[in-house]
Design a protein around this ligand. Structure first.
Ligand code: HAM
Length: 428
């Protein structure tokens, strides 16, 4: 019979390498939690209109990449292509902004974009993201950037850089728009490009066609049009980042792929990833909440591509030892003979009750096969328990990395293993 395959372009993580994914995601989440962000868990599908209105119809994400379908009730549903719009929807719907501000939230999970799959670009991918809603201080901009930075550093990444720019406030963008549209009039643009520019003229800075890129290199830059207030805000963000010891490059040509951005925007770019080098990005979205029917609160956040960070960490050789590293349980038990299997199962169960991670050999395996299973499991210690051990109450505990053995009392198993593990922890 033919076998099933995963749909095209999805990333999957399975043992043993799923530990890399777990490592990356946990470090990113821990960095958010350290800065006071609280978990928000959201649906992976939403009303299609939310993304059209929130992310913007001029974007590739909305115009070409959404997984949209009609549900059984005839509603238009879209698999979330990004996290910010859904967070805003939930904050508005559940009045989360009516308490203490800013509301600081983190999330992680799958996102969906119908892109052409390639290394680092998937149709289902993972992000860890944060959003801080209801504060317009440059200090919080610096905080959001620092949370990503600290996460990357905790993972051990080195070869990445931070690009920042500012899209200014409404006044800045309006002034820039006038000159930009005037500049477009001097170019010979096709109909589709003009239509795109009409929706969001900044999109053309992100156009990948070489002739457009050449033309746009001479276009007026938004950074030169910042209002006094926006310029002061952006200068403060930069000086704070410097005080935090976070190096950055001001990149006036950066264009984020989503329409809601205002003010400070940023991207983390990794040097070891080729074309899909963006490991994370974000920025301010000061009009978004009002646009989605909520109060007019500002916000800023980021999304980090967990898949790409895993690839970046692999490219930097951060996982060289992990396949041989111990990822298994603390104690692996082997029942010698059919009669001791029940007793071993009870022992494993009580070890787990005591908080000691443990497992046992299942199936009808001879001792040799069971020892192999213990070895493969990556367990720290193993213990063989047969009829003799059960009647004497003594067994031999084996240290799986050094091969050392010691006699222990089965009745004291969990306390003996606990104290061995805690003295090991102290030594490390
Ligand atoms: P974004 O730049 O579209 O921003 O995505 C954030 C990150 O997700 C990217 O830097 C990249 O690492 C990863 N990513 C995006 N698309 C793919 C893909 N097809 N395959 C693999 N990884 C991908 C946002 O999504 C915003 N919601 C971030 C944000 C939050 N801005 C403010 N708050």
């Amino acid at each position: 019979m033919s076998k099933f395959q995963a749909p095209k372009g999805v990333s999957e993580y399975f043992p043993p390498l799923s530990s890399r994914f777990e490592f990356v995601r946990n470090h990113l989440a821990a960095s958010a939690q350290t800065a006071g962000y609280q978990l928000i868990e959201l649906p992976v599908f939403e009303d299609t209109e939310l993304f059209k209105r929130g992310v913007g119809e001029s974007t590739d994400v909305v115009s070409k990449e959404m997984y949209t379908f009609e549900d059984r009730g005839g509603r238009s549903i879209t698999l979330r292509p990004e996290g910010t719009a859904g967070v805003m929807r939930s904050v508005i719907e559940h009045n989360l902004d009516k308490g203490q501000l800013p509301v600081k939230l983190w999330y992680s999970g799958q996102f969906f974009r119908a892109e052409r799959p390639q290394a680092g670009r998937y149709r289902q991918f993972y992000q860890v993201g944060i959003e801080a809603i209801g504060a317009n201080d440059p200090q919080i901009d610096a905080e959001v950037i620092s949370v990503a930075w600290r996460g990357f550093k905790a993972i051990g990444l080195k070869n990445f850089r931070l690009d920042i720019t500012s899209l200014g406030d409404g006044a800045s963008r309006a002034a820039h728009r006038v000159d930009l549209l005037r500049f477009f009039d001097t170019l010979d643009l096709d109909e589709a490009t003009r239509a795109r520019a009409a929706l969001n003229p900044l999109r053309l800075f992100d156009d990948k066609r070489p002739e457009i890129q050449t033309a746009m290199s001479k276009a007026p830059r938004l950074l030169d049009y910042l209002s006094e207030e926006s310029a002061a805000h952006f200068a403060k963000v930069q000086s704070l980042l410097t005080s935090f010891g976070i190096p950055f490059v001001v990149n006036p040509l950066m264009v984020r792929g989503l329409d809601y951005y205002t003010g400070t925007t940023f991207e983390f770019v990794h040097e070891g990833l080729g074309a899909q080098s963006g490991i994370g990005g974000g920025g301010r979205y000061d009009g978004l909440m009002a646009q989605l029917g909520g109060s007019d609160l500002s916000g800023i956040g980021f999304g980090i591509g967990v898949d790409r960070v895993v690839l970046a960490a692999e490219a930097e050789g951060l996982f060289v030892d992990d396949e041989s590293a111990r990822t298994g349980v603390d104690l692996f038990l082997i029942a010698l003979g059919e009669d001791s299997k029940d007793e071993v199962a009870v022992l494993v169960n009580s070890l787990r009750d005591a908080g000691i991670s443990s497992d046992m050999a299942y199936g009808d395996r001879a001792l040799k096969g069971a020892m192999k299973a213990a070895d493969k499991s990556g367990a720290r210690y193993s213990l063989v328990v047969g009829e003799n051990e059960l009647s004497s109450g003594e067994a031999t505990l084996k240290d799986m990395s050094s091969g050392e053995e010691q006699a222990i009392r089965i009745g004291d198993l969990s306390s003996t293993v606990s104290s061995l593990l805690s003295s090991e922890k102290k030594r490390n």
